[in-house]
Design a protein around this ligand. Structure first.
Ligand code: NAD
Length: 366
């Protein structure tokens, strides 16, 4: 097949969907790889690094014109959707539940679309799982950014002038990003407490050396396929009460709580922020889905009574080199599964294809 790799113009995106070593693997499997000039530069890969493996470096218009399948990272905007032509296939992040308009626009251009963020979290799909690979890096970055913003250090330090106690970190959500955030904060020497509404996370949290904050009645939370589908107001109220003391004592808070598809649950109110320690920092990773803190604004710094609230949405992109390498390996695993030398199989009986193919033959698939 002829694959095209586009630069993510107009986005704050530094990642590239295919790195040179993965381009080499696609080419040795019999495919052609077109690379838009300069598309890997912000992730640390120049055109020559692709060329030596046999990729063809072209201007953007030529990549689009000559490729059967376009590979990218960021959700395309209206201008980028208009570049595509009927019959082409797009493989990208899409977040279909949040972007009905994007799906409709792609369907009206008769482009087939695989959403990499819609993969089932199954053993078979593990090597393709972009959410795991990218959110893992993002969890690490959230703690590193929080540590840099905080006016204090993480580890216990004994000095002749006195003892500095360890920083207290509170993490909402122990999924992929949260578990990496715990490990990173622990490595830096912080005391870490964690809240999650899936009871099975307790053991994982404790194995990383953090304290799990228990909440009564978690068996009532509706979990489907490893994700929280719905959660009752009574459970949220009990959780709020159980976490309150840790919240008011915390120096750094990392928010990663997410429920399937919809808006992120609001777990920290403005009133609670007013009562937090002066100088505390909240890194709200759920900002793009509305945030776990009431005060979060995506990609903005908000100060409230001496507490800094950050809502970065480009954490994985800020580790562009590693993130691109892992994303590209996920894409390679996906293409190895779904693509034949002469095109995609579009085998709807296959659960990976069925879950990720969000637009096909001009129709949005529900
Ligand atoms: P995940 O689905 O693996 O984990 C989410 C966790 O939140 C789950 O463990 C779930 O049980 C938990 N949760 C749900 N409701 C909760 C509640 N009320 N209290 C506490 N925990 C609750 O997701 P992930 O891969 O870890 O990603 C976490 C978040 O980070 C997502 O919102 C994702 O979109 C976001 N993210 C942001 C960036 C960025 O740049 N800001 C980058 C990557 C991921």
């Amino acid at each position: 097949m002829k694959f095209g790799v586009l630069s993510e113009i107009g986005h704050r995106e530094r990642r590239v969907s295919i790195v040179p070593s993965v381009a080499a693997k696609l080419i040795s499997a019999g495919h052609t790889v077109h690379i838009e000039q300069g598309c890997g530069l912000r992730a640390g890969f120049d055109d020559e690094m692709y060329r030596v493996h046999g990729a063809v470096v072209l201007a953007r218009t030529e990549v689009v014109a000559q490729s059967e399948c376009l590979l990218r990272v960021a959700v395309p905007d209206a201008e980028e959707i208009n570049e595509l032509r009927a019959g082409q296939t797009l493989v990208s992040y899409i977040y279909p539940k949040r972007h009905a308009d994007v799906l409709q626009a792609l369907a009206s251009r008769d482009v087939n679309v695989f959403a990499m963020d819609a993969l089932p979290r199954t053993t078979r799909a593990q090597t393709m799982d972009v959410l795991s690979s990218q959110n893992n890096l993002a969890g690490y970055k959230a703690v590193v950014i929080g540590a840099a913003e905080l006016g204090r250090i993480f580890p216990l330090m004994m000095t002749a002038a006195g003892t500095v106690p360890p920083a207290k970190v509170l993490i909402y959500g122990a999924g992929v990003a949260g578990l990496q955030a715990i490990a990173t904060a622990r490595r830096l020497g912080a005391q870490v407490e964690v809240t999650d509404v899936r009871p099975e996370t307790k053991e994982q949290v404790e194995s990383l050396g953090a304290k799990f904050i228990s909440v009564e009645g978690l068996d009532q939370v509706n979990v489907q396929g490893g994700y929280v589908a719905t959660i009752g107001e009574d459970v949220l109220a009990r959780q709020k009460a159980a976490v309150e003391k840790s919240l008011l004592n915390a120096d750094l808070i990392i928010c990663t709580a997410l429920v399937t598809g919809g808006k992120a649950p609001t777990l920290i109110t403005a009133d609670q922020v007013s009562r937090m320690k002066r100088g505390a920092v909240i890194i709200d990773m759920a900002a793009e889905a509305g945030g776990n803190c009431e005060l979060t604004k995506a990609d903005e710094r908000t100060e409230h009574g001496g507490v800094l609230v950050l809502g970065p949405t480009d954490l994985a992109s800020s580790a562009a080199q590693n993130a691109s390498e892992l994303y590209a390996k996920n894409i390679l695993a996906f293409l190895t599964h779904a693509a034949r030398p002469d095109g995609f199989a579009f085998d709807m009986a296959d659960e990976i294809t069925s879950a990720t193919l969000v637009v096909h033959n001009g129709q949005v698939r529900s």
